[in-house]
Design a protein around this ligand. Sequence first.
Ligand code: NAP
Length: 266
Amino acid sequence: MANEYGPWGIVAGGSDGVGVAFARAMASRGINVVLVARRVPVLEAAAEEIRARHGVKVRTVALDLSVPGAVSRLADATSDVEVGLFVYNAGSDDRSESFLAKDLETHLALVHRNCTSVLEAAHVFGGAMVARGRGGMVLVTSGAAWVGGPTLATYGATKAFELILAESLWAEWRGSGVDVLALVLGRTDTPSLRRVLDAAGGSYGELADPDDVAREALDHLADGPTWICGSDQPTGGSPFGALGRRDAVLALSQALSTGTEGNIQH
Ligand SMILES: NC(=O)c1ccc[n+]([C@@H]2O[C@H](COP(=O)([O-])OP(=O)(O)OC[C@H]3O[C@@H](n4cnc5c(N)ncnc54)[C@H](OP(=O)(O)O)[C@@H]3O)[C@@H](O)[C@H]2O)c1
């Protein structure tokens, strides 16, 4: 994989959940990894474990992707290595509340992390890959990108942004040697999802395994533009089929009120 894409990979949001699973999977395929996250102890523990288990080089960059300048700092911290793979993973919303229950700053921080920094990373790191003629970029999105629903306003809108951005870059960069994948996840067993479900007092239900998700995504890096993890039709369209948008929004609203949205977000 290092021969095909390049010797280093970055996982933005790489210290727990799906992100650290990506880092482990990339390391197991011989790629040196840069892990980005905010909490230094969690970040360093993940780095140590990957170094010990896979013998690759691991670099940590502690920063907050929801503040301006984060991607420039990441570019500075990695300017001496060839970054051939970029996984933009950080993106969950672990406060499942209505739009007006959250203050404006919370919404804007989510938009910065899930839209502005993603766009900057695609421009800076993806641009270098296109110039080199090889590379891969994965933007991790969600079933929440398909259609709107209560408590999903800003989160779902940012996930739709990532979905369309990745699909558009795939369309522009195909033939350039750079693979782009919009990776659509359903409910996956991560600390972030557990925080949401614990706060809601609901049961966990059926959850995907982050290691399976990361393995499946790397196996299908070249099968873009879109890969729906765990689906019977992973390259297929909306799980709402031919439903009109109004009926789809109502169906998601109903499913969210009964805790069965996991069934349709796949
Ligand atoms: N889990 C699910 O059920 C599910 C379902 C659909 C889609 N997804 C998508 O899958 C991706 C991963 O989700 P996840 O559940 O693993 O949780 P996540 O919160 O998106 O990712 C956790 C990782 O991101 C880091 N992180 C979070 N905010 C950050 C920030 N502002 N700056 C830098 N690093 C940050 C965390 O470390 P620190 O907290 O230390 O910064 C940790 O390493 C997301 O894009 C999410 O939308 C998840």
